[in-house]
Design a protein around this ligand. Structure first.
Ligand code: ZN
Length: 415
């Protein structure tokens, strides 16, 4: 299986918006832009919501049938490890091997030595097409990178072979993710991690590094945009170089996780993709669920009541909800409206505070982040929430599709 040049990860917490999400890609196709949809969900998300991997497969299949999508599509077992991969073997055909936990754990000295020997020809001044200044590589640098990443890559190899044994080689897409590490990877680090991935025999088609700057959930990029642009360009150059040098799959491309809503870097991303004629996989941060809340609020009546209730409950359970996401959210609690204030709001006011439109003065990124992690509250509402999703499907679907097409696909892929 081959993942084409452009692909888009559409995570969907509650599994109700498959059709609406896919309709955005149908629209892109009508504009001549071929983007492969990939429905992704992690084990953590499944456990919080109470869904199982097969639910995602059903959602994807039924959306594809309903919209008569004739292109490829995939179901991604997102951020899996050896301890939970089995749950996904049947329903997934895309596996994101998460090596973050093992990054930084010291590798075997003999493995490090043989890695350094194998790649010693890169020591010295290394010219990489697309990077203006030659990279300066030292033996110590390769040794250090191998020391902290070989164990992680070995672990990815073990997961990969486990999947391969069950599904057969070539019957699934492999991504390696290290975006949930503490430190970003430099382009040079990524180069040697890719060497290790090739040595391990993992046919990775996408690689998700941790980039510089903050990729907070559901809000804009926080960091030095020019610095990001330079790093992204070098990363693309390194990926192309690694494909040629290490024999990795020709379609290997970068994967950006928590890539939704990062409006300030979409311009540089679009320009750099064009410059390198490179592909991209971009995963959204599960923000489709926020569009559901916006749609419910706009519907008024019972929909608006649910939206308000979710907010009130999320505010009361702030610590519990935000704790697990502490490293990927930044909420200034003094900027959060009180429960009483929100109670006074009409549907439009709620929608404006939540919708990610930075030109709107009522947009509140603190409220948006809190609601983003508040999906557990909606999950606990059970059928009351999902029945409301069905009842107000039309207005929700409109928000879901618009968000993906207008605020994401157009700026990222430059339509
Ligand atoms: Zn990730």
């Amino acid at each position: 299986m081959i993942l084409k040049k452009y692909s888009f990860g559409i995570g969907d917490r509650f599994g109700h918006q498959g059709k609406a999400q896919l309709s955005a890609l149908v629209k892109a196709k009508e504009q001549g832009l071929d983007i492969t949809p990939v429905w992704n969900k992690s084990h953590r998300e499944h456990s919080i919501i109470g869904t199982v991997p097969d639910d995602v497969r059903k959602e994807a299949d039924s959306a594809v049938t309903a919209l008569k999508w004739d292109g490829a599509y995939f179901v991604d077992a997102d951020h899996i490890g050896l301890d939970n991969v089995d749950l996904f073997l049947e329903s997934s055909d895309f596996f994101t091997l998460d090596v973050a936990d093992f990054m930084g754990q010291p590798a075997d000295k003999a493995d490090v030595d043989s890695f350094v020997r194998k790649h010693e020809k890169y020591i010295g001044s290394l010219a990489v097409d697309g990077i203006d200044q030659a990279l300066n590589i030292t033996e110590e640098q390769i040794r250090a990178i191998a020391g902290k990443s070989l164990l992680a890559v070995k672990n990815a190899g073990a997961i990969y072979r486990h999947i391969e044994a069950a599904k057969g080689a070539g019957n699934f897409i492999t991504e390696v993710s290290m975006d949930e590490t503490d430190q970003p990877q430099t382009p040079v680090e990524m180069l040697f991690i890719l060497a290790a991935i090739a040595d391990e025999g993992i046919p990775a088609q996408t690689i998700a590094p941790k980039f510089t700057g903050r990729f907070n959930k559901g809000v804009d990029y926080v960091g030095d945009v020019a610095g990001f642009a330079k790093e992204f360009e070098q990363d693309l150059a390194v990926v192309a170089f690694a494909v040629e040098q290490f024999g990795l799959p020709e379609n290997l491309k970068l994967s950006i996780h928590s890539g939704s809503d990062k409006f300030s870097i979409y311009g540089p991303i679009a320009r750099t993709l064009k410059k390198f004629d490179a592909g991209l996989h971009i995963k959204t941060a599960g923000t489709t669920w926020l569009e559901e809340l916006i749609g419910l609020a706009m519907a008024g009546g019972d929909g608006l009541s649910i939206a308000k209730e979710v907010y009130a409950e999320a505010l009361l359970r702030f610590g519990e909800l935000c704790g697990p996401y502490a490293s990927v959210i930044d909420i200034d609690t003094t900027m959060l409206p009180t429960i009483e204030q929100v109670d006074e709001w009409d549907g439009q006011t709620f929608a404006k505070a939540l919708r990610h439109d930075q030109s709107c003065e009522d947009y509140n990124l603190h409220l948006r982040q809190l609601l983003h992690v508040g999906y557990k509250i909606a999950a606990e509402m059970g059928t009351r929430f999902t029945d409301a999703l069905r009842k107000h499907e039309e207005i929700i679907a409109q928000n879901v599709a618009e968000n993906i097409y207008d605020r994401h696909i157009r700026p990222v892929f430059g339509v």
